[in-house]
Design a protein around this ligand. Structure first.
Ligand code: FEO
Ligand code: CA
Ligand code: CA
Ligand code: CA
Length: 657
């Protein structure tokens, strides 16, 4: 889900948070977690100091040594002194020797398919050659989540653009989403795209892909163009993702409802469609149905079922057909964080980014083969999908979503695994999963074996004692409403030694409760040494750098006085949960998916939807004319361009140290 949609739908909080951090402790909500997690820095004190903005903290316990930024909200972006920032790829930049120059007056589908796409989100550096630890040559795999036509083409507004878009502009939009693969190389301290590199590739709504796994060939996926239900053109709403141990990219399709036109209530499988969160208010935002009839519900009632999956793409084989892996379930997929169990089975952790949705895990049936890459081709088609249930005693359990097991009976609508993966959320409801506060980032810490998960926010969660049981707070989502989000720490058995990511049960802790620690009513919780600049809200993507530090990219709306930003903190030791402000994006943009070279000296970062808010009032921009910025080129009358940037130290040292 784009934050633009979320922002539009954001209701007024139903009540102010009454509990202070101290009261949360006193009331026992997450008490065990708070005390366990912060005892090291609290020393012998039995109670923790309430965090106050500006409170004088003499010690500097963090391993991070850069000069923290001051909070800033600006048309420009900001990075620390002693660092440099390079724009590596802007929307419309060439990916191939023969790419046409970026020209919005003539942009069409053919041109856009040869250029870097719009609204880059997931970003990952993969060293070249595959399996090496090169830090100056590699591939960047990048997803392009969605488009905002009236901020791309001049003369359009949010009110009139659907009718005004030309067919060429619609085709350009459909070619500007999806995936980019870029070969990049560092020379003379600067990174550049290798335009004649053999791996460069664009994948978009015109790219043919296979459908595999339990739902492949299912009658509900069959269309007039594809009576077998095995082949689909395109991927869209490509949000975050992950990288498999064999170096393929997994891309989460995070809600394709935007693309389709018509009355979704005419679709078959009505309950399934509604449980998927489809909403007629957000229909047909690209006018795509005008150029491709398959996007009209009446024309092709099953086309929409062929989206909202995880797609596997092989960036090391430009001829490989992408595959939608239906075994991983159908939801508003955010990321797909991969790890390996001690027995070699591959484990994929996924968030379903919507209020009250769940955390999922997929464990392959078979171990992966590190010596024969091709042997892993169908690994993700067989295995067990499960969903997380959190208990207040600090344990959590992965509940299998397997047809025929427990409540997932034929009578309940789950006669086959195809029924389960097509209607994943309903299956998760039945087994009793814990409704979360819009889960997004999911990262495995390679040194400690722990996992970190970001809950972005949930304004609709009711305080304990109000409304339906589903909407009341639980120990893993302890604030109702939760406008600021939080981070959880999940600990598999054997963490630190040989973590078993496939185990049925983990332990968990609250790691950070986001918000302004100077406002007791927000109930924020960080390391008490957190500065006035270090606190944040709306955590989205997470990453761990080669030195083991946790990076948090935010996707607001951010609090007053700052745009969305990138923060970094230690996860262990005295600097645990002590965030520092490292980078601030231009107004309206979110930061996405920091990714590091193996030497830790370069961080790549996606800057998505710059200018999407107006500078004057932080409301949604309605045209290029009132967009909050035209970063990074600052050419009058021209749109902002989502871009992939590079940050490194002037002296070439490890970022953050
Ligand atoms: Fe695409 Fe959930 O952010
Ligand atoms: Ca977003
Ligand atoms: Ca996201
Ligand atoms: Ca988000």
């Amino acid at each position: 889900m784009s934050d633009r949609q979320k922002t539009r739908a954001r209701p007024t909080p139903r009540r102010a948070i009454a509990e202070t951090y101290g009261e949360v402790l006193a009331n026992g909500i997450a008490r065990r977690h708070v005390l366990k997690g912060f005892l090291a820095i609290a020393g012998a004190a039995a109670t923790l100091p309430l965090l106050k903005a500006g409170a004088a903290i003499a010690a500097e316990p963090s391993t991070l040594a850069f000069a923290e930024l001051a909070r800033v909200r600006d048309t420009k972006d900001h990075w620390p002194a002693g660092y440099n920032r390079q724009i590596l790829a802007r929307w419309g930049d060439a990916l191939f020797v023969d790419s046409p120059a970026f020209d919005l007056k003539s942009l069409d589908g053919k041109a856009a398919a040869r250029q870097f796409g719009y609204n880059n989100d997931f970003t990952q550096f993969l060293p070249l050659p595959l399996g090496s630890d090169s830090s100056d040559h590699g591939l960047l795999v990048v997803s392009h989540e969605y488009a905002t036509p009236f901020l791309m083409f001049s003369g359009l507004t949010d009110e009139d653009y659907r009718a005004k878009l030309t067919d060429d502009q619609i085709r350009a939009i459909m070619a500007s989403v999806g995936i980019s693969v870029l070969e990049v190389r560092k020379a003379g301290g600067q990174w550049q795209i290798v335009l004649d590199g053999p791996y460069n590739r664009r994948i978009h709504m015109g790219t043919e892909m296979a459908i595999s796994g339990p739902a492949a060939g299912d009658a509900r996926l069959q269309t007039k163009a594809d009576p077998a239900g095995l082949t689909v053109f395109g991927t869209i709403s490509n949000c975050n993702g992950g990288i498999t141990p064999w170096g393929t990219m997994l891309s989460g399709e995070e809600g394709a409802m935007d693309v389709f036109a018509g009355d979704y209530k005419t679709l078959p499988n009505q309950e399934m469609v509604e449980r998927q969160g489809w909403d007629e208010d957000e229909n047909d935002i690209y006018s795509a149905s005008r150029v491709e009839p398959r996007f009209r519900f009446e024309e092709e009632p099953n086309e929409s079922m062929r989206f909202d999956w995880v797609v596997e793409i092989d960036p090391f084989d430009p001829t490989a057909k992408p595959v939608k892996r239906t075994a991983l379930g159908r939801m508003t997929h955010e990321g797909a964080q991969c790890s390996v169990a001690p027995d070699g089975r591959v484990v994929v952790f996924m968030g379903d980014d919507d209020d009250f949705e769940y955390l999922y895990r997929f464990v392959t049936r078979d171990p992966w083969n590190p010596t024969d890459r091709a042997a892993n081709r169908d690994l993700l088609d067989y295995g067990t999908l499960s969903v997380a249930k959190f208990d207040s005693d600090g344990s959590m359990h992965w509940l299998a979503l397997t047809a025929g097991e427990g409540p997932l009976t034929a009578a309940a609508g789950f006669a086959s695994q195809a029924d389960v993966v097509l209607n994943t959320r309903a299956a998760a409801d039945l087994v009793g999963a814990t409704p979360m506060d819009a889960p997004e980032g999911f990262v495995v810490h390679p040194k400690t074996g722990k996992l970190y998960v970001a809950m972005t926010e949930n304004e609709d969660r009711l305080a304990a004692g109000e409304g339906e049981a589903k909407e009341q707070v639980n120990s893993a989502n302890p604030r109702g409403p939760n406008p600021h989000g939080h981070l959880l720490e999940l600990v598999p058995p054997g963490a630190g030694d040989q973590p078993d990511y496939a185990a049925d049960s983990f332990q968990w802790d609250v790691f950070v409760l986001c918000g302004d620690p100077s406002k007791a009513e927000e109930g924020a919780m960080y390391n008490p040494a957190t500065s006035v600049n270090g606190w944040f809200t709306d955590p989205d993507n997470l990453a761990v750098d080669p030195a083991g530090r946790l990076w948090v990219a935010t996707d607001g709306p951010p609090p007053a006085g700052i745009a969305d930003a990138l923060f970094v903190m230690d996860t262990e030791g005295p600097g645990r949960a002590l965030p520092k402000l490292f980078y601030v994006a231009p107004i309206g943009a979110e930061c996405c998916s920091p990714t590091f070279t193996p030497d830790g000296q370069t961080v790549f970062l996606s800057i998505q939807h710059p200018g999407e808010l107006r500078f004057a009032d932080d409301e949604d921009a309605t045209s290029i004319a009132d967009a909050g910025t035209n970063w990074p080129d600052f050419v009058d009358g021209q749109p902002a361009r989502p871009s992939l940037i590079v940050l490194s130290r002037d002296d070439g040292g490890v970022v953050g140290s």
